[in-house]
Design a protein around this ligand. Structure first.
Ligand code: HEM
Ligand SMILES: *[C@@H]1O[C@H](CO)[C@@H](O)[C@H](O)[C@H]1NC(C)=O
Ligand SMILES: *[C@@H]1O[C@H](CO)[C@@H](O)[C@H](O)[C@H]1NC(C)=O
Ligand SMILES: *[C@@H]1O[C@H](CO)[C@@H](O)[C@H](O)[C@H]1NC(C)=O
Ligand SMILES: *[C@@H]1O[C@H](CO)[C@@H](O)[C@H](O)[C@H]1NC(C)=O
Ligand SMILES: *[C@@H]1O[C@H](CO)[C@@H](O)[C@H](O)[C@H]1NC(C)=O
Ligand SMILES: *[C@@H]1O[C@H](CO)[C@@H](O)[C@H](O)[C@H]1NC(C)=O
Ligand SMILES: *[C@@H]1O[C@H](CO)[C@@H](O)[C@H](O)[C@H]1NC(C)=O
Ligand SMILES: CC(=O)N[C@H]1CO[C@H](CO)[C@@H](O)[C@@H]1O
Length: 311
């Protein structure tokens, strides 16, 4: 953590945007290799080196970083506001309930791509850079922006559409649940659905039994379960096969097959190439949510606090 924090301070601006070259709509001010013409031309190389060294030691880092980036983008745009500490009575984004399990602080959003890409030995998507850092981070902004694991399809669709993300984006980005883990509390209610020890009917019964063994009551708040049980560390399209077999872990995963259009996309994304093609595009769109460019925002000196004086 210390080493990475050191690099954070060197890079100064923590704000990155994912891009896939010419195909993707990109806001003015964001571009590939933004740092090449700055005083820190090796910024991206350095992030890559540090991240790879860390992923070698901790293969779960990719999941944590990409989730951190998603949370940052959905709350007041991708501006690294999620890294800000609470100031006085203003509780910041990272103190919000959905963030309590993020587990990683002081980390560059850029590192998400490097961490996820590491096993593939090539970048899984382009990274456009040049965003500025936000000056506001409020816990109250989290509610109403981030979907919950209990969300139904229309809630998911609405919250994504508020960020100008469509059903293709919703389904593709949910595919990030092909890696990582979840705490029992995020799905335990599906295992005792109406208080009669009954499994949520939208959950495969044998998978439900498996989950009950992993998460006995009373729920242990530290126990986690792999979200894509057969390939928790591999960024692949298994998630979509799982969802189609009613083995999506959250109600929000299961919700993706309750809408006919979305269900069709889930089936299509069982093909890795179809999934990856859309995922790259959707990461660009997500990474461009309400970004600050040009004179907006600032270049944060310390990633945890806003600059002291600004006019
Ligand atoms: C569609 C709405 C979404 C909901 C309701 C949702 C909800 C959740 C929840 C409840 C967890 C488990 C947290 C825990 O218990 O520790 C989780 C984990 C995760 N989410 Fe999502 N998520 C959504 C979309 C996304 C998106 C768009 C991404 C990234 C592009 C993402 C990436 C991840 C990853 C990688 C993890 C595992 C984190 C780890 O292993 O530490 N999620 N999500
Ligand atoms: C709390 O947030 C409000 C609104 O952004 C801001 O005006 C105020 O200065 C902040 N207070 C502190 C102590 O940061
Ligand atoms: C989805 O959930 C929202 C919020 O809980 C609720 O208002 C809405 O009626 C639900 N929609 C459907 C179709 O169940
Ligand atoms: C299921 O919920 C009911 C009602 O809240 C509770 O009495 C029961 O103990 C729960 N069962 C398990 C296995 O947790
Ligand atoms: C549910 O399971 C719990 C624990 O196994 C048991 O104590 C309880 O009596 C069961 N309740 C019902 C309604 O079957
Ligand atoms: C929860 O699980 C952890 C790790 O398996 C264990 O160390 C801890 O004692 C458990 N806590 C409770 C309350 O059972
Ligand atoms: C995962 O593996 C188990 C046992 O090998 C199998 O029953 C299950 O269907 C698999 N799930 C997926 C989503 O492939
Ligand atoms: C924030 O502080 C850093 C470091 O002193 C400085 O380089 C940057 O220009 C400042 N940004 C603004 C908008 O004041
Ligand atoms: C990753 C992260 O920011 N976690 C924070 C979430 O909120 C709790 C308090 O509510 C903090 O202690 C964590 O550091």
């Amino acid at each position: 953590m210390k080493t990475l924090l050191g690099f954070v301070l060197v890079f100064v601006s923590l704000t990155v945007v994912y891009g896939a070259g010419k195909k993707a709509p990109v806001k003015p001010g964001l571009r590939l290799d933004f740092y090449k013409s700055t005083r820190c031309p090796k910024a991206e190389q350095l992030v890559k080196q540090v991240t790879e060294a860390r992923v070698r030691k901790d293969s779960t880092l990719g999941a944590k970083l990409i989730r951190l980036h998603y949370h940052d983008c959905f709350v007041k745009g991708c501006d690294a506001s999620i890294l800000l500490d609470t100031v006085g009575t203003n509780q910041s984004e990272k103190d919000a309930r959905p963030n309590r399990s993020l587990g990683v602080l002081d980390i560059l959003a850029l590192a998400a791509r490097e961490a996820v890409s590491f096993p593939f030995k090539r970048p899984m998507w382009d990274v456009l850079t040049g965003r500025k850092d936000g000056r506001v981070s409020l816990l109250s902004d989290v509610t109403g922006n981030l979907p919950s694991p209990f969300s139904n399809f229309s809630t998911l669709q609405n919250l994504f559409s508020n960020k100008k993300l469509d059903i293709n984006d919703l389904v593709a980005l949910s595919g990030a649940h092909t890696i990582g883990v979840a705490h029992c509390g995020a799905f335990a209610r599906r295992l005792n659905f109406t208080g009669r020890n009954d499994t949520d009917p939208s959950l495969d019964p044998s998978y439900g039994e498996f989950l009950k063994r992993q998460c006995p009551t009373p729920v242990n708040s530290t126990t986690t379960v792999g979200m894509d049980p057969n390939s928790t560390l591999t960024f692949d399209s298994h998630y979509f096969s799982a969802v189609n077999k009613k083995q999506g872990l959250f109600q929000s995963d299961a919700a993706l097959i309750t809408d006919p259009t979305s269900a069709g996309i889930v089936t299509r994304f069982q093909s890795p190439s179809a999934f990856f093609r859309q995922f790259k595009l959707s990461m660009v769109k997500m990474g461009a949510i309400e970004v600050l460019v040009g004179d907006a925002g600032e270049i944060r000196k310390n990633c945890r606090v806003i600059n002291q004086s600004i006019n």
